[in-house]
Every structure is written in C-alpha cells, then in structure tokens.
Design a protein around this ligand. Structure first.
Ligand SMILES: Cc1cc2nc3c(=O)[nH]c(=O)nc-3n(C[C@H](O)[C@H](O)[C@H](O)COP(=O)(O)OP(=O)(O)OC[C@H]3O[C@@H](n4cnc5c(N)ncnc54)[C@H](O)[C@@H]3O)c2cc1C
Length: 408
C-alpha cells in the first residue's frame, strides 16, 4: 500500500517505521527541517550533542520507546537525577518515600497521610474508577488541606492555570503511577535518536519530505491511506471537508501551549545538584526549573550549565508574544530567589514556544477521545490527544504509531 504520514514527530516516525518494515510504501511529510516534533532538538556550533527545545527525558518504565531504541541499536543512558520542590523559597529534595516521610513543612501525621495517598494511587491499577473524580476535590480531602496546599495545588495551578478544577484524578494517578526515580536519555539527544529512526525507515524504503507543510488533505490524493499525527486543531485546518459534528467533537478537546526559556550559564543554577525543581508557589511566574546539566554531563555542551525555565500557557497568553530578553525580565525576580547571582554567569538564552503541548484531561476523557478512523475514507488520526490514561509523552507517541500501523 502507498501510505502517507503527516508529521515526523515520534507518532509519525513510529507508524512509518512499523509500516515500512512490513513492506509498505511509506512517505512522510514534515513541515520542519528536522524530525522529532515536540521533542525536537537544536545544536550550537560548540556543542557535541543536540538539546531539546523543551526539556525531555524518559522514565525507566517507558518500555515501548526503550524497546524501540534497543531494536535499532541506539544507546540510552539511565541515571538517577535529583528531583526537588521549591517551598517557601527553599529547595527540598522530594523524590523518595524517605524524603516524603521526613519533609519538615508537614507534621508527622500529614506526611504519613500524604505518603499513604500517593502509595494508594501508585499501587491502584483501576484508573477507570478515578476518571469521574476531580483531582482538585479528591486530593485535599484525601491528604489534608495543608499537604495539598503546600505541594499539589500550586503545582496543578502553575501547570493548568484556569483549568485546574477540570483535571481528572485519572491524569494525576497516571503521573504518580508512572514516575520512576531513574530516568533515561538517548545518547546525543532526542534529535539524534529521531534521525537514527529516519535512517532506519529510509533503509526500509520510506521517503521523507522535510520542510514540506501539508496545507490540504487533497494534496495527498495519490495515497491509499493517510495518517495524520497533528494535534486535532491542525487537522481541522487541513481538512475543511470534515463533517460539522466531527469538527465540533474535536473542538471540544482543549490544551495548553508550552514556552521554555533556555539559559546557558557558566556556573550551575541549581547548586545543590537538582535536575528537576517544581515551584510550589501559586504566585510564581515560573512552573519548573530544569537543569539539564544536572542530568546529562555538561561536557556534551561545551561545559555549559543548561537550564530550562518552563511554563505551560494558553497559546494567546502575553508571554507567548515576548522575546527571550523580555521574558527573562519577567522571570528574573523569581529566579533570583532561587539563585541570586545567576545573571553574572549568563552566556546566552534561547526561547522556544509551541501552541499545543499539553492536552487538558477533564472528567471521563475516555468518552470524548476521537477514534483512529475519521469520517474521511482511508484517513486516520493518531495524535497526542488520543494518549490516555497516561499523560502524553514520546513513549506513548511510539505506542500510538505502533497501534495505527497495526490497524492499517
Ligand atoms: C514542554 C514539554 C515537555 C515534554 N516533556 C516530555 C518528556 O520529558 N518526555 C517525553 O517522553 N515526552 C515529553 N513531552 C511530550 C512529547 O514531546 C510528545 O508527547 C510527543 O513528542 C508527541 O509526538 P507526536 O508525534 O504525537 O506529536 P508532535 O511531536 O506534535 O508531531 C507532529 C509533527 O507534525 C508536524 N506538522 C504539523 N503540522 C504539519 C503540516 N501541516 N504538515 C506537515 N507536518 C506538520 C510538526 O512539525 C511535528 O513534527 C514534552 C512535551 C513538551 C512540549
């Protein structure tokens, strides 16, 4: 069969890989110059490795993508970086049951209660029962107001903003369930891994057209089947012929964009060695600080200390229209609370934005997920909004690609 895949993110790459391996004639159209989609990387002249525009890692149990890496002979590093929270302007390591049980901001009883709730979620396999419950209602009741207001409410607020009261407990469950203390990272970065997949697909006869945006489904009329891997609102743009009731269903799915300011520093930003710092402060303008060089060795990046200042925001939020310098001015007072002298070691900054990065998972999401088959004959949808109950990620993009390849 002649199969077109729109998008060379990890869903498109995985679908193309499995279909090409089966002997189908696969052609991939990608609007960017490079593969990787949301996990795409960039490189400066003096770096050995590429770096993701938005922070990325795998969990040690992301078995689908780790198996794929193994299958194509791609090397992966596994490490145990430090994860911490910023509470009342202090950093606390919080990535093990022992840390939870000794956390000084909660009473002994509150720590036990929070640890019990988290363990209950981690070992509960029945997410279906949780999807009708709101995270913002369950968590304060189950773990107590102080634990909720100290950690989880600020994190949910900083991630989802105005959507906080819509998020289902199934989403929160997935985050807790999947968390592993060990994290994985592909040698050379996600761009390099995506390029290795491109090579494999080409070896199986697949053809890539980069820098090629599909504007209209009609452009691809010579294919037997078409797989669309774009977020749903992009699909609506390129397929105006879709029936109205289907369009309305896709329009019901909401999401947030992402914005990451990357600081390249001469000295560490998180001097205690933390890789991931969640900001537990509702007044903060920053959601998370992620020091990549506290995960992967700085030697791959010309000894620079690379830090992401991350946020999820609606695509029309004022920050989305700012330059790197403007945004750094906004973030600077808060960043100085974490590291008062960071600015003196700043080499350069980069700003990356994407309009759609995080689906909003409301109550009973399983009832509104669009199916793979679309109302258009031989056109299939496989995108980030169909990943559930797990939170979206490259592991699930690869899983989705495998599924759609099987269906076809
Ligand atoms: C801030 C942030 C942090 C993340 N952290 C992690 C993490 O730590 N670990 C992890 O595994 N995942 C993480 N993710 C999620 C992960 O990146 C995504 O789940 C995954 O990459 C989605 O892949 P996809 O192929 O489904 O979609 P996408 O990556 O969105 O791919 C769609 C592709 O289609 C292309 N395209 C769009 N329109 C057209 C068109 N008209 N014609 C042709 N091409 C088009 C795009 O350029 C893109 O390459 C993160 C995402 C963000 C934004």
């Amino acid at each position: 069969m002649r199969i077109a895949v729109i998008g060379a993110g990890f869903t498109g790459l995985s679908a193309a890989y499995h279909l090409a391996k089966k002997g189908h004639e696969v052609t991939i159209f990608e609007k960017d110059l490079n593969p990787g989609g949301l996990a795409i990387g960039f490189k400066t002249d003096n770096w050995e490795w590429s770096l993701e525009k938005h922070y990325h890692h795998w969990f040690a149990n992301d078995t689908t993508i780790l198996t794929l890496a193994k299958e194509i002979g791609y090397e992966v590093f596994i490490k145990r970086p430090k994860t911490s929270v910023f509470v009342d302007e202090k950093i606390y390591q919080l990535d093990s049951p022992a840390n939870v049980l000794t956390f000084p901001k909660l009473s002994f009883f509150e720590r036990i209660r929070m640890a019990t709730v988290l363990a209950g979620l981690k070992y509960n396999p029945f997410w279906q029962k949780l999807e009708g419950i709101k995270a913002s209602e369950f968590l304060p009741k189950a773990m107590g107001n102080n634990a909720y207001q100290t950690f989880w409410e600020p994190q949910l607020h900083n991630k989802f903003g105005g959507y906080i009261n819509e998020i289902s407990l199934a989403w929160f469950w997935a985050r807790i369930k999947k968390r592993t203390v060990k994290l994985a990272y592909p040698k050379g970065g996600f761009l390099s891994f995506a390029n290795a997949l491109v090579k494999k697909i080409e070896q199986h006869g697949g053809k890539f057209f980069f820098n090629t945006e599909v504007y209209e489904m009609k452009q691809l009329k010579n294919f037997d089947k078409i797989i669309v891997t774009l977020p749903s609102f992009y699909f609506l743009k390129i397929a105006p012929q879709l029936p109205e009731n289907y369009k309305q269903k896709l329009l019901r799915l909401k999401g947030l964009g992402a914005i990451n300011l990357i600081l390249r520093l001469k000295k560490p930003f998180l001097t205690d060695g933390t890789y991931w710092l969640s900001i537990c402060d509702k007044k903060s303008k920053v959601m998370a600080v992620v020091e990549h060089a506290n995960f992967m060795d700085k030697k791959y990046y010309n000894n620079e200390h690379i830090v992401y200042i991350g946020n999820y925001l609606p695509h029309d939020h004022p920050y989305m229209g700012m330059s790197a310098d403007e945004l750094l001015k906004v973030y600077d007072p808060y960043l100085k609370k974490i590291n008062p002298t960071y600015h003196s070691s700043l080499i350069a900054s980069h700003l990356f934005k994407v309009p759609f990065a995080q689906p909003i998972i409301p109550l009973n999401y399983s009832k509104i997920i669009p199916p793979f088959e679309t109302p258009l004959k031989n056109i299939y949808l496989a995108n980030i909004q169909q990943v559930y109950p797990w939170d979206r990620g490259t592991n699930y993009a690869v899983e989705l690609g495998e599924k759609i390849a099987q269906i076809i």
